[in-house]
Ligand binder design. Structure first.
Ligand code: BGC
Length: 889
């Protein structure tokens, strides 16, 4: 019998505040039989009324099941259940889950509020606080808090944080939309007693230095202040309901000089400045005495007066769409202890966590004395003399400042509205001796479960894999960023598109990317150009670059491959066409296009002309668009895009191949792009591959010369064209430039450059020198797909999302073993191989309700194995189950 488990709605487990009108259900199957033959889904509302019953349907589908019941109502809990029949017609138990709708686009009763205290227009100013007291009238059945802000907010009820999430409401282009969050506060609310709902809020992405820095020094959103908006919905046991919305009865709280601890400023780039005083968060408690300590002012209502900059239409806050949080929340995901603490001659302490990471520190101070002043600077490296290295942070100060105004027995402090990219801390002013017990690092990122694992017999490759995982953790802070430490931390599109494939093996990220793809499309220029990074509301906004703007095509496509998600491409197909057409229009109607600003960014003395990059990318993206159109049933569009692809490929071939069939641009990247994106005429393929191989092997002495765009394609293209050994040689190369070179130099994350730092020459070019840039980590996809051979079959909607799997490991001679696991949306896949002196042993697992084509390594024939059948065309198909194949060598 089969059992449904891991039920999700819109990629989330039991979401609340969900505003998708046609939510999609998914589940996995476990059990002792193999296939689902029928399925029944039933959805009921909170009154128990059935709103959708599919009855038994003949289907094998377990993912992307779209709700088609009666229209959903706002603020309603829906229970859903699913049961299945297997191939023996045995009926499973019901798998059960729920979802709860939010506003569903409806109006808010709460209004936008800004604080009436500390209302300076400075960029770095104290965080602001609100308090609302109220008494629920009777016994409570359920209670929800809905909240949003222009800026960052944290919500507290009766002194307790409603959920320990960071940087809410998340980063979007606040001209276009802002997200709200929903919290279940039923258990925190006190019936028939005074309750205190409190908020802290800071400027964050909306109005902090990150917004001015990228907007030629001016505030991005030409607004008076940061604002917050909230609604509390209480359902009483007698069935009555009450809504408390943010209004002028919310009080602004001023804690400064009133004996309360407060944050003097908190800024993403600059860090946090904290003043510790006697009263901590007493002001959040529901009891009366708080009034003694704080000043209270009514909050100000703000419903108008918000104007866009030159390139934006005028907006008022009230016209701003408030949307649900489709992405993942940012949380503290792990704590890291110091591996060493040393004191420098000047009295400062250097704390080493042994791992470059993202987040903040927590410090514990006992018997704290008034007047204590501690400064904590963050860095990724130390200088040769042991001092902290911060030059590569550019204008980001990345500093925590802590000052005590009163004696205190115990103070535990950690910054709240900022984050740092660091491995080392430099702490000055610490009273007494600093020990490992006094400070830890708290790792913060979008809270996504890890779905992939990989290990092999080469220690350096294992470290590289760890660096890739850490690169992802550190650059998944609500949006996919380029780096987490310097004055950037932006959703760079090029970095995102090259990393998206490996990222979705490493972690369960459909919701994370869905939200960002929405961000990207919301920032698309009217002329069709996708921005270089998203969210992108700044005046400095640049116009679309090949390989960067193409994230608009590639990311939705990867969402289809990995999760069988057709909704994103359906929603954005026209935008994708506008982006492609924009390039041709810009080239005066020609298919040799050129809109590349960054070229093959950070290549090694191997310049690839921009027209080559743009035209091959245009061709490749047209092919993807054609596939999308086919899947969406848009036949005419599919044909048209294929025609455009062909036109670009022909134009490219004509200009860039000579009569001998040689590619005239002699760079590895030119060859890789042309081969990957179908721009090499069939008869020239061998010559192009030969050139590539020769350039790597001879000209570059077994090294790559590729940058951001070429590097991710290298191993894939070599593998596709029969050069698996050379691909392994490149992967295992340890001298500069190579993936393992930074590992030999002590890297614990992916670096922006191959030689960001070297033992011999020290630090690289300080203008661009991040120790945490995941782009080159794209190579991790090759670990899953080629070394261990786990691949999706993205031909159509019913095979994508690993409903059909291709298992085809290609072991390299220099590795004796490798293994990978991947919890796909259709179930967990495993593939592990080992070489002994005499045998090759391959073990793999095919999840329930899927089929895998199995390709034996070394061109060998698969021995007869129960559960694996040969199909007419010679293809070997494995049923769900675990297998062990032993091949003599
Ligand atoms: C970022 C890169 C990005 C690039 C564009 C940089 O500042 O850090 O990762 O892709 O700009 O060339």
């Amino acid at each position: 019998m089969l059992t449904p488990y891991n039920l999700t709605v819109e990629y989330k487990t039991n979401p609340i505040g969900m505003d998708e009108v046609r939510p999609r259900f998914a589940y996995n199957l476990d059990g002792d039989t193999c296939f689902q033959t029928e399925r029944r889904i039933k959805v009921t509302d909170d009154a128990g009324t059935v709103v959708w019953d599919t009855e038994w349907e003949e289907t094998s589908g377990t993912i992307q099941i779209e709700y088609q019941g009666i229209p959903l109502k706002p603020f309603t809990r829906y229970n859903w259940q699913v049961r299945v029949k297997d191939e023996e017609k045995k009926v499973s138990k019901w798998g059960k889950g729920f979802f709860e709708t939010g506003f569903l686009g409806g109006n808010w009763t709460g209004t936008w509020l800004c604080s009436s205290v500390d209302n300076s227009t400075e960029v770095m100013r104290p965080i602001r606080c609100f308090r609302k007291d109220f008494t629920p009238k009777g016994k409570i059945k359920s209670a929800r808090l809905y909240a949003t802000a222009l800026g960052f907010y944290s919500a507290f009820l009766n002194g307790m944080e409603v959920d320990e999430v960071y940087f809410t409401p998340g980063w979007t282009d606040y001209y276009k939309r802002v997200q709200y969050q929903a919290y279940d506060i039923t258990k925190m609310l006190k019936a028939e007693k005074n309750n205190a709902l409190c908020f802290l809020f800071a400027d964050g992405w909306y109005r902090g230095t990150i917004a001015t820095h990228w907007n030629m020094g001016k505030p991005t959103y030409d607004m008076l202040d940061s604002m917050i908006r909230a609604e509390l919905h209480i359902t009483y046991q007698d069935g009555s309901k009450e809504v408390i919305g943010s209004d002028k009865t919310f009080l602004s709280v001023d804690m400064k000089d009133r004996g309360s601890s407060y944050i003097r400023y908190s800024d993403i780039y600059m860090g946090e400045n904290f003043v510790s005083d006697r009263l901590d968060s007493n002001w959040m408690r529901p009891e009366e005495p708080y009034k003694k300590y704080v000043w209270l002012d009514p909050a100000s209502n703000l419903t108008s007066g918000w104007y866009g900059g030159e390139s934006h239409e005028t907006h008022t806050a009230d016209s701003l769409p408030i949307v649900w949080t489709s992405g993942a929340m940012v949380r503290i995901v792990q704590d890291v202890e110091a591996v060493s603490i040393t004191q420098r001659k000047n009295g400062s302490w250097i704390v080493d966590f042994g791992q470059n990471l993202v987040g903040h520190e927590r410090i514990i101070l006992r018997n704290l004395e008034a007047g204590t002043h501690i400064t904590i600077r963050h860095g990724e490296m130390l200088q040769a003399n042991g001092a902290l290295y911060t030059d590569n942070l550019r204008m980001a100060l990345a500093t925590t400042t802590f000052r005590a105004q009163a004696d205190k027995k115990l103070e535990i402090y950690e910054p709240r509205f900022t984050f740092y990219g660091f491995r080392y801390l430099e702490i000055t002013g610490w009273p007494g001796k600093l020990t490992e017990k006094d400070v830890i690092a708290r790792v913060i990122h979008s809270d996504l479960p890890q779905t992939g694992t990989f290990q092999c017999s080469d220690k350096l490759v294992n470290q590289l894999y760890s660096n890739i995982i850490w690169g992802q953790k550190c650059n998944f802070v609500d949006v996919p960023t380029d780096c987490p430490q310097r004055d950037e931390r932006l959703g760079w599109t090029g970095d995102t598109q090259v990393f998206c494939n490996v990222a979705t093996y490493n972690m369960y990220a459909p919701e994370f990317y869905t939200k960002w793809i929405d961000d990207l499309n919301s920032c698309q220029h009217e002329n069709g150009a996708y921005p270089d990074f998203a969210p992108q509301p700044y005046m400095t906004r640049s116009e679309a670059t090949s390989g960067w703007g193409d994230a608009g095509v590639i990311c939705p496509w990867i969402m289809f491959e990995k999760y069988a998600d057709t909704r994103l491409m359906e929603k954005y197909f026209d935008n994708i066409c506008r982006w492609l057409d924009y390039q041709v229009k810009r080239a005066g109607g020609k298919f040799l296009v050129e809109n590349s600003s960054y070229g093959d960014w950070l290549n090694i003395d191997a310049h690839t002309p921009h027209e080559v990059i743009s035209t091959t990318y245009y061709a490749g993206m047209s092919l993807i668009a054609a596939k999308m159109a086919q899947i969406l049933g848009r036949e005419q569009d599919a044909l048209e895009r294929l025609r455009f692809y062909q036109a670009a490929a022909d134009a490219f071939a004509e200009k860039y191949f000579n009569k001998k069939g040689e590619l005239t641009v002699r760079t590895q990247t030119a060859a890789l792009l042309a081969l990957s994106f179908g721009c090499v005429p069939g008869e020239y393929i061998q010559k192009t591959v030969d050139f590539l191989v020769k350039d790597i092997k001879i000209t570059r002495k077994l090294h790559l010369s590729t940058g951001f765009l070429g590097t991710p394609l290298l191993l894939k293209v070599l593998t596709q064209h029969g050069h698996i050994d050379l691909a392994y040689d490149l992967l295992l190369q340890t001298t500069y430039p190579s993936w393992l070179y930074p590992v030999t130099q002590g890297a614990t994350t992916m670096w922006e450059r191959w030689n960001t730092w070297t033992k011999e020459d020290g630090f690289g070019d300080v203008g661009m020198n991040s120790f945490n840039h995941y782009a080159y980590g794209a190579v991790g996809e090759w670990f899953y797909e080629t070394i261990c051979g786990i691949n999706c079959v993205s031909e159509c909607e019913c095979t994508a999302g690993f409903q059909a799997i291709l298992l085809a490991p290609q072991p390299g001679k220099r590795l004796t073993e490798a293994s990978a696991t991947y919890k796909s949306i259709s179930g967990e896949i495993k593939s592990a191989w080992k070489r002994t002196k005499t045998h090759f042993i391959w073990e793999f697992t095919v999840p329930r309700n899927t089929l895998a084509e199995v390709v034996c390594p070394f061109g060998k024939t698969l021995p007869a194995t129960e559960g694996i059948e040969e199909h007419e065309d010679g293809i070997m198909i494995a049923q769900p189950g675990s297998y062990k194949i032993v091949l003599p060598l």
